[in-house]
Ligand binder design. Structure first.
Ligand code: MTE
Ligand code: CO
Length: 424
C-alpha cells in the first residue's frame, strides 16, 4: 500500500496519465459517450463555437456558471427534516477546489426560512448593560471602520448523521455543512464601544430577524475579540440565504452562533439559556448529562475527491484532494492514508493556510485498481489531532448529534466506485 503512495516520477507520471486517458476513452460505453465528445467538434474539425459569434457583453448582466455545470448545486435530503423552512442544503464540496466557496453554493441552514429584508428597513438594536442604547441602520454600520477576513463556518450538526455508523453516500451530505468565504464587516467591539459597556457586562445575546427569532448567548470576551458584524461575502453584499443584509461572524465557533439577519444585540451579565443552547446545540454524553456551550469547532478534514459522488474513472496518476479546517487556529498538517489508517503520509497543503479558514490539501498516488480505504486527518497549530471515530465515541458515546469531527473513510472499489464506510 505504501508503494502506491510514492509520488510517481515525472516520466512515469506522464506515461501513466496518457495510458489512463487512452484507457478511459477506450472503455467509454454508450452512457459515457458525452464525455468522449461530439466528433463534429473534435480536432481537426472546426467546432461549432468557433463558427458563430457568441453572446455579446452584458447579455448576461450577472454572470452564471456554464450551462454544462448545472449539476454543481446545493442539495438537500428531504427525509431529514419535516419542512424546507427549517432545514438544510449542503455545499457540493466534491465539485469544488481551492478554499473559497462560491456564494451561490454555500450550504444553507435556516430555522424559519429566508427572511427577505429591505435594507432601508434594516435596523440593528444594541441595548442592555450599556451606557447608551443604540440603533444602527445599514448605512451606519458601513460608516464604521471595516475589515476583510476569510473564515470557515461549520454547522455543529455537520456529520451529525454519522454518529452510529456510515450513513450518507457523498461528502456533500456527510461534510457539506461547511463553507469558507471572505467577509467584510465591522468588528463587533467597535459597536459595543460606541454604546459603552457597563462593568457588570459579561455576555451578549445575538438575535435574528427571521421568523425563528434565533438567538444565542456569546461570552463577552469572544464578542470583544474577533467577532464581526458582516454585510459582505466574497466582495458583494451577503446573499439573502446567508443573512442579508447583516450577520454575525464568530470565527472558529459553531455555525449556530453566527446569527443571520442580525437585528438585536443585548448585553447582560449571564447567558440567556435560549432554546438553541439548551434543547438544541448541546451534546448528550453517554452518562445522560449534556455538555452546554461547546462553541469551538475542533479540527476536521475530508477527502472531497475521490468521494462517493465521484467515481474514480481512470487508473494511474490520481490526485487525492480535500479540505481541512480548525476552529482553534491554523491547520498545520494534513495526513492521508490509503489503507484505513495503517500508514499515513503528509499531504501537500496548497495555497494559503489562514487562521480558522479552510485549507486545501493534495496527495498523489499511482492507482493500479487495488481497493483503497481513503482517510485524512487534520492537525492544527495547537497540536490537536483529528480523532478516529472510535476514539471520539470512547469519550462521547453515540447519543450526540453535534460536533462529530471523526476521521472519515471512503472505500474505493477496484471498479472505481467510492462508498462511505467505517473501519474498526
Ligand atoms: N441565524 C438565524 N437568524 N436563523 C437561523 O436559522 N441558522 C444558524 C446560523 N444562523 C440560523 C442563523 C445555523 S444552525 C447555522 S449552521 C448557520 O447560520 C448557517 O449559516 P449559512 O446558512 O450561511 O450556511
Ligand atoms: Co447549524
Amino acid at each position: 500500500m505504501t508503494d502506491a503512495f510514492d509520488p510517481p516520477s515525472r516520466k512515469l507520471s506522464r506515461r501513466a496519465l496518457l495510458a489512463g486517458a487512452a484507457g478511459a476513452a477506450g472503455a467509454a460505453t454508450a452512457g459515457e459517450a458525452a464525455s468522449a465528445g461530439n466528433p463534429k467538434n473534435l480536432p481537426p474539425n472546426v467546432p461549432s463555437w468557433t463558427r458563430t459569434l457568441g453572446d455579446g457583453v452584458a447579455v448576461r448582466p450577472y454572470g452564471q456558471p456554464s450551462k454544462f455545470e448545472k449539476h454543481v448545486i446545493r442539495r438537500d435530503v428531504q427525509w431529514l427534516t419535516a419542512s424546507r423552512e427549517s432545514s438544510v442544503s449542503f455545499t457540493p464540496l466534491h465539485e469544488l477546489d481551492g478554499i473559497i466557496t462560491p456564494s451561490g453554493l454555500c450550504f444553507e441552514r435556516h430555522h424559519g426560512g429566508i427572511a427577505e429584508i429591505d435594507p432601508d428597513d434594516y435596523r440593528l438594536m444594541l441595548h442592555g448593560l450599556v451606557d447608551k442604547p443604540l440603533m444602527f441602520t445599514l448605512d451606519d454600520l458601513k460608516r464604521f471602520p471595516r475589515v476583510n477576513r476569510i473564515y470557515f463556518l461549520e454547522c455543529a450538526a455537520n456529520s451529525g448523521m454519522e454518529w452510529r455508523g456510515a450513513q450518507l453516500n457523498g461528502c456533500q451530505y456527510t461534510h457539506g455543512m461547511v463553507h469558507c468565504v471572505e467577509y467584510t464587516g465591522v468588528p463587533l467591539k467597535l459597536l459595543l464601544a460606541e454604546a459603552g459597556l457597563k462593568t457588570s457586562a459579561k455576555w451578549i445575546l445575538a438575535e435574528g430577524a427571521d421568523s425563528a427569532s434565533m438567538a444565542r448567548s456569546i461570552p463577552l470576551a469572544k464578542a470583544l475579540g474577533d467577532c464581526l458584524v458582516a454585510y459582505r461575502m466574497n466582495g458583494e453584499m451577503l446573499r439573502p440565504e446567508q443573512g442579508y443584509p447583516a450577520r454575525l461572524v464568530v470565527p472558529g465557533w459553531e455555525g449556530n452562533v453566527w446569527v443571520k439577519w442580525l437585528r438585536r444585540i443585548k448585553v447582560g451579565d449571564q447567558p440567556w439559556h435560549a432554546r438553541e443552547e439548551t434543547s438544541k446545540y448541546t451534546d448528550l454524553m453517554p452518562d445522560g448529562s449534556a455538555r452546554k456551550f461547546t462553541f469551538v469547532m475542533d479540527a476536521k478534514s475530508v477527502i472531497t475527491s475521490p468521494s462517493p459522488q465521484l467515481t474514480l474513472g481512470h487508473k494511474g496518476v490520481t490526485v487525492i484532494s480535500g479540505l481541512a479546517w480548525s476552529g482553534r487556529g491554523k491547520v498545520k498538517r494534513v495526513d492521508v492514508s490509503l489503507d484505513g489508517g495503517r500508514n499515513w503520509r503528509a499531504a501537500k497543503i496548497d495555497g494559503v493556510a489562514l487562521d480558522r479558514a479552510c485549507v486545501r490539501f493534495y496527495a498523489e498516488t499511482d492507482w493500479n485498481g487495488q481497493e483503497m480505504l481513503l482517510q485524512s486527518r487534520a492537525i492544527d497549530d495547537t497540536g490537536y489531532v483529528q480523532p478516529s471515530k472510535a476514539e471520539l465515541r470512547k469519550v462521547r458515546g453515540v447519543n450526540s448529534i453535534y460536533h462529530n469531527n471523526g476521521i472519515q473513510t471512503w472505500r474505493v472499489a477496484p471498479n472505481g466506485e467510492v462508498e462511505n464506510v467505517e473501519v474498526s
